[in-house]
Structure formats: C-alpha cells, structure tokens
Write a protein that binds this ligand. Structure first.
Ligand code: GRF
Length: 216
C-alpha cells in the first residue's frame, strides 16, 4: 500500500544548498514529502536554477514588487494554495513573515536555523558561537512562530567548535550537518511522527531510535 506524500514547497532567497538536500531526499518515492514548488522572493536566486535543473516548478515572487509585507505574503500564499501545498519549508528565506502568514500555515511551516536553539537566535551565529567560546554548536529545524528563530524544535544536530575555527570553517561544518538534518526533520513532520503538543514537538518512536532527532 502506498501512502500519499505530503505536497511540500521550499521557500528560498539564495543559493539553496538546504533546498538541494531536501530535493535529493524527496527524489526517493518512499520519502513522505514530495517537493511540488520552489519559490524565491529574490529574482535570480541561484537556488532557482538548481531547482529547475532538478525538474521542479519554480516561481519568483519579488517582494520589491509589493507595497507592503502583507500583500507580498498574500501573493506567496496564493501561489502555495494554487500548487496544492500542504507543508512549507523555509531554507535560507530571508524575509521575516507576519503573524498573518504564520497563523495561516501554523504547524505546517518549518525553518532551519544555524545554531542550537535557543542559543544564538538571529544573524552571525557562527561568529557569536566562537566569540562565546562554546565547544558545541549546530543547527535546528523548528516550527515557525511570530518570534524570529523560536518555536517548537523538531530536530537538532551538533558539531564541535575547534580552537582554530573561523566563522567560515565553522559555518561549513554546520552546513554539512544542516544537509543531513533538514531531510530527516521534514520526514518526521511529513510522516506525522513529529507533532506539536503544548508548544513542544513530540516524536513518536524516539525512545527506540534517538538518532531520529539528531543525525550525528
Ligand atoms: C543556512 O545556513 C540556513 O541555516 C540559514 O540560511 C542558510 C541558507 O543556506 N537559515 P542555503 O541557501 O540553504 O545554502
């Protein structure tokens, strides 16, 4: 018996390396999500070419063409609905979303952030992790809520911070972990194994396989 795969859109603004990792995972027809649309708010984002090369529908909704944030988001929302999208993955999408959009997609909207939340919300996470002298850093896939880089955590991956790391070397190590983590986290959400309960994500079966939550 085959189960329906959840129709998923990926929202990007740039190079789209996490998008590429999600597309690669979803190329397997047994993966519980199917990528049906890649949408960028930036015309010419390199990720758009990568998605088109993989044979996926792409769309640009240029935020600069809209008078305000909400009208931009209404256009994005209409495109998602038209494509039959059920789940949305933000992957380097550099627009803060309004409470209206977040409420509309609540529980179906996830993001990847390059830190072990709740540490280092915001920008320049690798530089700040080095400055603080932390020895473990990493990345988090979480549900999107109106607070930026907050929300119920689906899964996390950790990497060591080495004494000679620069923000670039640390970013590269975290990015490799991101590419393993995001496909795993989307699979948990799309399959219904990861469910938000009382503001936290409960993952069915994690006691038997803790690696579900952290692909280190
Ligand atoms: C990643 O580091 C992601 O964690 C952050 O933005 C970056 C996007 O990179 N949200 P890419 O476009 O997926 O290569």
């Amino acid at each position: 018996m085959t189960t329906a795969r959840r129709k998923t859109a990926i929202l990007i603004s740039g190079r789209g390396s996490n998008m590429t990792a999600l597309i690669a995972a979803a190329a397997d027809t047994s993966y519980p999500a199917e990528i049906v649309l890649v949408l960028s708010n930036r015309p010419g984002a390199p990720g758009l070419d990568r998605a088109a090369a993989a044979g996926l529908p792409t769309l640009t909704v240029d935020h600069k063409a809209f008078p305000d944030r909400e009208s931009f988001e209404r256009a994005v929302d209409a495109a998602l609905v038209a494509a039959g999208v059920e789940l949305v993955c933000l992957a380097g999408f550099m627009r803060v979303l309004t409470p209206w959009f977040i409420a509309r997609w609540a529980g179906r909207l996830i993001n990847i952030h390059p830190s072990l939340m709740p540490s280092f919300r915001g920008l320049h996470t690798h530089e700040r992790a080095i400055a603080e002298g932390v020895k473990i850093h990493g990345c988090t896939v979480h549900h999107v809520v109106p607070d930026v880089d907050a929300g119920p955590i689906v899964a996390q991956a950790a990497v060591p911070v080495l004494s000679d790391d620069t923000p670039d070397t640390l970013a590269a190590r975290v990015l490799e972990a991101e590419h393993r983590l995001y496909p795993l986290a989307l699979a948990l959400v799309a399959s219904g194994r990861a469910v938000v309960e009382d503001g936290r994500v409960r993952v069915a079966g994690d006691a038997a396989s803790p690696a579900l939550l952290s692909p280190n």
